[in-house]
Design a binder for this molecule. Structure first.
Ligand code: KG4
Ligand code: ZN
Length: 322
């Protein structure tokens, strides 16, 4: 079995999978309630909470799989990108577990993890495909020719799509994290009620800071009762703008690369309007869209493990290398 650990942001997660990609345990302890009152993730608070939760989630994953550490062949862990303090908790825990049992350790890139959420049983997606990765920290169009490799075709010049959802939700008083809340509220609103244009930038890149500012101005111009009354319309129109931008660029990229398969991963892949707007695309399983450790264990299958005990000096990285 592969034991996976993920602590890059505000989810403490552990998972066990078989080398063939069968999910045996999937445990996620979300800290979103803890950070909600601050309106976003507080890095130091996240690190401390990871520290408290990391051993219990590993124990819980073993219980769920009815397994023991003796069944684990390698420990996979997110090395970056993410919050550095948060990453270090997971990495240190993984080192401790692997070192004590003389196991190899497999460092995994978080973005490779999101893509690898597509490679699990019972329906693994076979490369090549075009992948839209849209999360709270990243918005990327990737050309995936084989598992474990990817070429960046486009990315966001400012905010990530999930970040745009979260900032919009905050403006609408929906709390943190806001993507799922906007998704829910938008179902009751009229997406044509407001027009939020999304800036078109050159090539296959994205820009979401303008749409957020447009929402800010509209919200500022409304009386409190009016805002309350039109909140669902605002959510629907705002979501429509973000989804349109994502879909348009993804279709363009598919045309440019001649890709016959489009796949969508990351937290925003959970969005119901996006799922409906790309009916021919393959979406990561709903449960594996937001951060989890199953995808980290899955990605580890395509990374060379670092042998015992060479990984003890391994460091985490906050932003994507190079
Ligand atoms: O992949 P993820 O868990 O974390 C990062 O790696 O960043 O993505 C979290 C992001 C948040 O911004 C959250 O608001 C967004 O995914 N999200 C959604 C939905 N569910 C989560 N955005 C839109 N619609 C949703 N249903
Ligand atoms: Zn993520």
């Amino acid at each position: 079995m592969i034991l996976g650990l993920e602590t890059s942001c505000d989810e403490t997660a552990a998972a066990l999978i078989s080398p063939e990609g069968q999910v045996l345990a999937d445990v996620v302890a979300s800290q979103s309630d803890l950070h909600g009152r601050y309106g976003g993730v507080v890095p130091e608070v996240a690190s401390r909470r990871h520290l408290e939760l990391v051993a219990p989630v590993v124990r819980e994953s073993l219980r769920e799989a009815q397994a023991e550490l003796a069944d684990v062949r390698t420990v996979a862990v997110t090395q970056g990108p993410g919050l550095i303090g948060a990453l270090l908790v997971g990495l240190s825990a993984a080192k401790g577990i692997a070192w004590a049992r003389r196991l190899p350790l497999t460092p995994v890139d978080h973005l490779a993890g999101h893509v690898a959420s597509l490679y699990l049983q019972p329906d693994p997606v076979e490369p090549p495909f075009l992948c839209l990765l849209a999360s709270g920290g990243h918005t990327l169009l990737l050309d995936v020719l084989e598992p474990g490799s990817r070429r960046v075709l486009g990315s966001t010049l400012d905010d990530a799509a999930g970040e745009a959802f979260d900032k919009g939700a905050r403006l609408l008083g929906l709390g943190y994290p806001g993507g799922a809340a906007i998704d829910r509220l938008a179902r009751e609103g009229d997406p044509e009620a407001f027009d939020f244009p999304v800036a078109r930038v050159d090539g296959l890149d994205f820009s979401f800071s303008g749409v957020k500012t447009a929402l800010l101005y509209v919200v500022r111009g409304l009386e409190p009762e009016e805002l309350e009354r039109r909140r669902a319309d605002l959510a629907a129109a705002y979501q429509r703008a973000i989804v349109r931008a994502l879909v348009e660029r993804t279709r363009q990229a598919a045309e440019a690369t001649g890709a016959s398969t489009i796949a969508v991963v990351g937290g925003v892949a959970a969005n119901s309007e996006l799922r409906a707007a790309l009916p021919d695309a393959v979406f990561a399983p709903l449960r594996l869209c937001t951060d989890n450790a199953v995808m980290i264990a899955s990605a580890a299958r395509f990374v060379t493990p670092v042998p015992w005990p060479d990984y003890l000096a391994l460091d985490a990285y906050a932003s994507a290398p190079g």
